[in-house]
Design a protein around this ligand. Structure first.
Ligand SMILES: [Cu+2]
Length: 440
């Protein structure tokens, strides 16, 4: 059982309401952001939303991020029309149509219960008000929660702020008295959603170097009701060994709808490298990297020396290289217990009703299935959607109380050839591109 400070009755009532709203054809989301044209192949990456739903931040290092936000009645925060404009680029470079969570699946190790927190346990309804101190140096925006159970649906729940990242780079110059260094700056966008005893921080980090890092942080409390674990399924918390907190997994999914350079016709590529022992006459081992085009829907598994990238169909950088974003998974413990958690990444052809990696509530047609693994069935990838699955097996420890320290899980997407050089390159070094010769 996952009861919390709110009553169970309230939880059930709200689930009913949400289902009814869906049945009535009320789709999630509020505000002008939903009014954007469906097909927006325009080169312009200007956000199609009103000021209240716009996030625009020029970081002190010269990079500007722009996007729109809306709030979905199940997925919570959804970021749309995300574009990146480093200094020196004449216009914003569109990266994503839409970025959002795709599910948080929480199975307990004793087999008694599992939760689909977004679709079944009111993640979005659990949006929390943020105190000013929780958004240091930033702005807290008010979110109107769709189908809210509260009399006042408005929650001061969206923080946008900036944060220092430490060194973006450092390089000793030609002369000993010159050091090139820059301190990186990020735009942070986050909400906190309570589900049962847990509070999830959904954090989006837009870096001045073009990377986007998305993380879910689990904090709040250990589930008070799950202290009945047998041997091997929990960990003693509190004096002696009388109460064992039941171990469980948090399997977090993200859904990314790319639109590099404003086009959704992106290509997916997988790269694998193999390392071979030195052949006769060779001084050292050799490594060979091969590319596999992923042109049909596919589930993917992380592997040593394997990575993927999403390649623009529409744009090249100033060196003539196709722009792309690389998928950089974070640490994960892959949960093999369900068909949809068995793989680290899924590439599916865009379908507007495929929104949640499991327990998808929409009707996607007869036999379509309700989880992402079912949607990987060989369709050509003309408009790929990228799903990532990052798992964390939580074996509680004494330090998890009280409150539980935030545990982060997530991944990044990093620019690969989006700009011809480091987007933060100082002007004096701008000529040092490619196989350059030192100037005397
Ligand atoms: Cu946990």
């Amino acid at each position: 059982m996952r009861v919390n400070r709110h009553s169970k009755v309230r939880t059930r009532a709200a689930v009913g309401l949400t289902v009814a709203a869906l049945a009535a054809g009320v789709t999630a989301g509020a505000g002008p952001a939903t009014a954007q044209p469906k097909a927006a192949p325009a080169a312009s990456a200007a956000p199609y939303c009103g000021a209240a739903h716009r996030i625009e931040q020029k970081l002190s290092t010269g990079t500007t991020w722009r996007m729109c936000w809306r709030y979905d009645s199940k997925a919570g925060l959804v970021l749309e029309n995300i574009s990146y404009q480093p200094k020196g680029e004449p216009k914003p470079i569109k990266v994503l149509n839409s970025a959002r969570l795709g599910q948080i699946h929480v199975p307990y190790d004793d087999g008694n219960i599992e939760y689909d927190d977004l679709t079944g346990f009111d993640f979005a309804q659990g949006l929390m008000n943020l105190a000013p101190g929780e958004c240091p140096g930033g702005t807290i925006k008010t979110i109107k929660v769709p189908d809210s159970w509260n009399e006042d649906p408005n929650v001061k729940g969206l923080c946008t702020t900036t944060r220092a990242r430490g060194h973006a780079y450092r390089m000793q110059g030609d002369t000993a008295n010159k050091v090139y260094q820059a301190q990186g700056k990020d735009l942070l966008v986050y909400t906190v959603n309570q589900v049962g005893w847990y509070e999830y921080m959904t954090e989006w980090r837009f870096q001045d170097d073009g990377a986007i890092t998305m993380n879910v942080g689990a904090t709040g409390s250990l589930s008070w009701d799950d202290y009945d674990a047998g041997d091997g399924r929990g960990w003693p918390i509190g004096k002696g060994a009388s109460a064992k907190a039941t171990s469980h997994s948090h399997n977090a999914f993200w859904r990314l709808d790319f639109a590099l350079d404003g086009s959704t016709a992106n290509r997916i590529e997988q790269y694998d490298s193999t390392v071979a022992a030195p052949a006769r006459g060779q001084r050292a081992p050799t490594t060979k990297t091969t590319r596999t085009k992923v042109d049909k829907e596919r589930a993917g598994d992380s592997k040593n020396y394997r990575w993927w990238r999403v390649v623009s169909a529409a744009g090249k950088n100033k060196d003539g290289h196709a722009r792309s974003y690389e998928i950089v998974p974070g640490p994960t413990t892959k949960y093999p217990g369900r068909s949809y958690t068995k793989h680290d990444v899924y590439f599916t052809q865009y379908n507007k009703c495929e929104l949640f990696a499991s327990h998808n509530p929409g009707d996607c047609g007869a036999g379509a299935g309700t989880s992402v693994d079912k949607w990987v069935n060989g369709q050509a990838l003309k408009h790929p959607v990228v799903w990532t699955n990052i798992g964390f097996h939580h074996i509680a420890r004494d330090e998890d109380q009280q409150p539980m320290p935030v545990h982060w899980q997530g991944f990044s997407i990093a620019p690969r050839d989006v700009t011809a050089m480091n987007p933060l390159t100082p002007a004096e070094l701008g000529w040092q591109n490619g196989h350059w010769q030192p100037r005397s």
